[in-house]
Design a protein around this ligand. Structure first.
Ligand code: AMP
Length: 487
């Protein structure tokens, strides 16, 4: 046995929750990022990029319920002993940046950001440990109109990304409503309030009866495991249930119903007033009733948001796959205060780009993003490589992606390669062609369509020869015809 045979050979594998992305995924994501960024820019938001790492204390209490720096995030101790962590969203870095540069920033500060975030949590379907977010936030405005603008922009972003109208909805709630209701019912302990929010958050999964149990004593699931409830008395629990079910129909109708359920408490009234202002602004911004609705069952970021919260939910049929939310956000007035001690009102929204890409694919919008390959110039003869490169350069100069085959296989394998690359055409430049000043172009799109039985139109086929030998000078025009017809 040689040393080489003894060598340690790791199994080639990608860490759990991380994904390799190939061309079609990357293209779909890039298209989304470009479309959404354009929307954000058109609303006057400027791009901002911050580093992947932050000092762990900058992420602070917004780490998932724990004081262990490595819990929920990927953290490491620097050689100066300071803990740094990979950002788990784009909001915490914004708060740090805003605090650090507050004096010199135009206020309100409107920025958008696109970037990878990392979460050290248990991966699952549609739940990664590394994914891309695309955020827009307004820092330094307490006006509900700032929230309305973020909601309208998120709606425009979904549409620009390619989700047809009616395929998704923005659901809006306000933390102040439930807080007001609970205060009115005598629930003041933060822990109990969190228990109520956690129970409401499970409405989708457990239904009304399940939530009722969790608002009260608790609930045993199918496996027999018991989840302790929030411990509300029956009256308080029923008022919470009436509250979460109050959302349907027009936004103004929901507001009227909500006023009946929570009316009275100061905080609840303030929340209703904010939602009424958001509604008025959304009307002005042309956001239809079915694009953005008030839904009191929406719970997000339990300890994070202080006022309005929003969630983008997919409405269309996506088969067996469930996506969860494709984006979310809300008002967080305390993030900057962590650094400066001064409360700075802020509001923002975040798209999960991979989920949005998956949703678009499920909506049938992913088709056409299939990675289209370059025109492949067949390499026959080592001595003629320069000619082949000449052909590829000519096509590229005409704006047509092209490459020369650089493997060492024969003609048949080269054609197969071109097909696997989804090349629209292969260019053949043999000795005969070179001598005659011609070139042969093979229409691979046509071949694929015929193979897939997509055409039996004889006349069309006659007009579009599968293979043609043409004067060398006509190459670009011939390939253009193939690409044009293939689309
Ligand atoms: P959050 O920052 O938790 O409010 O999430 C904002 C958006 O990011 C969500 O609506 C999802 O679309 C996306 N997202 C959150 N967590 C994950 C994850 N683990 N994997 C993929 N996308 C995620």
């Amino acid at each position: 046995m040689t040393d080489d045979q003894n060598a340690f050979r790791p199994e080639a594998r990608v860490p759990r929750g991380f994904a390799d992305k190939r061309a079609s995924t990357l293209r779909a994501e890039r298209r989304i990022l470009e479309a959404v960024s354009k929307v954000y820019e058109s609303w006057g938001f400027e791009p901002l990029d911050t580093g992947a790492f932050e000092y762990a204390d900058a992420l602070g209490k917004f780490l998932p319920d724990s004081d262990r720096p490595n819990e929920g995030v990927f953290a490491l101790q620097d050689d100066d002993e300071q803990w740094m962590a990979l950002r788990y969203d784009l909001t915490a870095p914004l708060a740090r940046f805003a605090a650090q540069n507050w004096e010199t920033l135009p206020k309100p500060f409107r920025r958008y950001a696109v970037g990878t975030v990392w979460r050290n949590e248990k991966p699952g379907p549609g739940r990664y440990r590394e994914f891309i977010q695309c955020d827009a936030d307004t820092v330094g405005s307490a006006r509900p109109e700032a929230d309305a603008e973020i909601i309208a922009m998120a709606s425009a972003g979904l549409e620009a990304a390619g989700l047809p109208k009616g395929a998704a909805v923005l659901k809006i709630n306000n933390r102040k409503l439930l807080n007001g209701l609970l205060t009115g019912a005598g629930v003041v302990a933060e822990g109990q309030k969190l228990g109520v929010l956690r129970a409401v958050d499970k409405l989708d999964r457990l239904g009304i009866d399940g939530v009722r149990a969790l608002l009260g004593e608790g609930r045993k699931d199918e496996s027999g495991a018991f989840t302790k409830g929030a411990g509300l008395n029956a009256k308080a629990a029923e008022s919470v249930l009436a509250f979460v079910q109050a959302g349907s129909g027009r936004r103004s109708e929901t507001l009227n119903r909500l006023a009946g359920v929570i009316g009275g408490s100061e905080e609840g009234d303030a929340g209703l007033e904010e939602l009424a202002k958001i509604d008025a602004a959304l009307k002005g911004l042309g956001i239809a009733e079915d694009q953005a609705t008030f839904d009191p069952s929406v719970v997000r970021g339990l300890e994070y948001y202080t006022g309005p919260v929003y969630e983008a939910e997919l409405l269309m049929e996506t088969g067996a796959e469930r996506f969860g939310s494709i984006g979310g956000g809300g008002r967080y007035d305390d993030l900057v205060a962590r650094f400066t001690g001064e409360s700075v009102p802020a509001t923002g929204f975040s798209f999960g780009v991979s989920r949005l890409a998956a949703a678009l694919k499920a909506a049938g919008q992913g088709i056409g993003t299939e990675a289209r390959g370059p025109v492949v110039v067949i390499a026959f003869d080592q001595a003629r490589m320069a000619d082949y490169f000449g052909v590829a350069a000519e096509l590229r100069n005409a704006g047509i992606p092209a490459e020369v085959y650089l493997g060492s296989s024969g003609m048949k394998a080269q054609m197969k390669y071109a097909d696997r690359r989804l090349a629209p055409a292969a260019v053949i430049l043999g000795e005969d062609e070179i001598a005659a000043g011609t070139v042969t172009v093979k229409d691979l799109d046509l071949g694929r369509e015929l193979a897939a039985g997509m055409t039996d139109n004889a006349a069309w086929r006659a007009e579009r020869p599968g293979q043609q030998t043409i004067p060398r000078g006509d190459l670009v025009a011939a390939v253009r015809r193939i690409i044009g017809e293939g689309q």
